[in-house]
Design a protein around this ligand. Structure first.
Ligand SMILES: [Zn+2]
Length: 251
């Protein structure tokens, strides 16, 4: 089984990274009935060398910390008792905040991220928060030192807001190199997550997740939740789909 990656649950936003609330509720209902949803912190200790979880186990993650997760996902997650981890862009919580400037197809209205109060409320309900870097820059474009500084600042800022340890990282857009992986370790993380579209190096700093996107039905979720990642480049048609998705999605 696998680690799933969602982003926004925002009504009317047609981008691949957002899901309609009723479809999201269908996904969670299906997972609650058919899979054993485990906390990500538990999952990292159970992954095999292909990034798979044993049995029917699945872990749920959200990238970017959008406010729509509080508005349209939290209720259904708590109703089903599903553990979830949200990866936050730390600068959105820092002094002066940070606009959502990393989305390829933003909706008409400005995208909002979770407030500190909402995060604390979600923490009290059992939601776990971890790092999605400082400002959602492409880490592969930074020097090693810049990358260590970015990831260390993110961890420290989040730990002060959350009053708990931050040891897990999701790379922005899933992008990483050997230098980025080494920087993640140097910055104090124990594990980091990717979004592979093909064969990638695997290890504690390259743990694969499967992205779930706008038009993914429950049957597509069933197929994806059986994989450790979905290889998009295995057939000519899949290659075209992968290119279209890579161009359209944010990651
Ligand atoms: Zn992201």
């Amino acid at each position: 089984m696998t680690v799933l990656c969602y982003h926004a649950v925002q009504p009317g936003w047609q981008a691949p990274m957002s899901m309609e609330p009723d479809m999201f509720a269908s996904h969670m209902g299906w997972l609650a009935r058919h899979r054993r949803v485990v906390p990500l912190e538990t999952a990292v200790g159970s992954l095999d060398r292909h990034g798979r979880l044993p049995g029917r186990a699945v872990a749920l993650t959200f990238d970017d910390g959008f406010r729509s997760v509080h508005q349209h996902a939290l209720e259904v997650l708590t109703r089903h008792g599903l553990p979830v981890t949200v990866f936050l862009v730390a600068a959105t919580l820092g002094e002066g905040g940070h606009d959502v400037d990393w989305v390829d197809r933003p909706p008409d209205s400005p995208l909002e991220t979770l407030t500190v109060d909402e995060i604390h409320e979600m923490q009290s309900l059992g939601v776990s928060f971890q790092s999605h870097s400082l400002a959602h820059r492409d880490l592969t474009q930074l020097s090693y030192d810049e990358c260590v500084r970015d990831l260390t600042s993110s961890r420290e800022l989040l730990e002060s807001v959350l009053d708990s340890h931050v040891r897990l990282l999701a790379y922005p857009r899933g992008r990483h190199t050997a230098a980025v992986r080494a920087a993640a370790e140097a910055a104090g993380y124990t594990h980091a997550f990717t979004l592979p579209e093909g064969r990638e190096p695997f290890g504690p700093y390259a743990l694969p997740r499967v992205g779930i996107y706008h038009d993914n039905s429950v049957s597509r979720l069933r197929m994806k939740s059986n994989r450790s990642y979905v290889p998009l480049r295995t057939s000519p048609m899949a290659t075209r789909l992968g290119r279209a998705l890579a161009g359209a999605r944010h990651g």
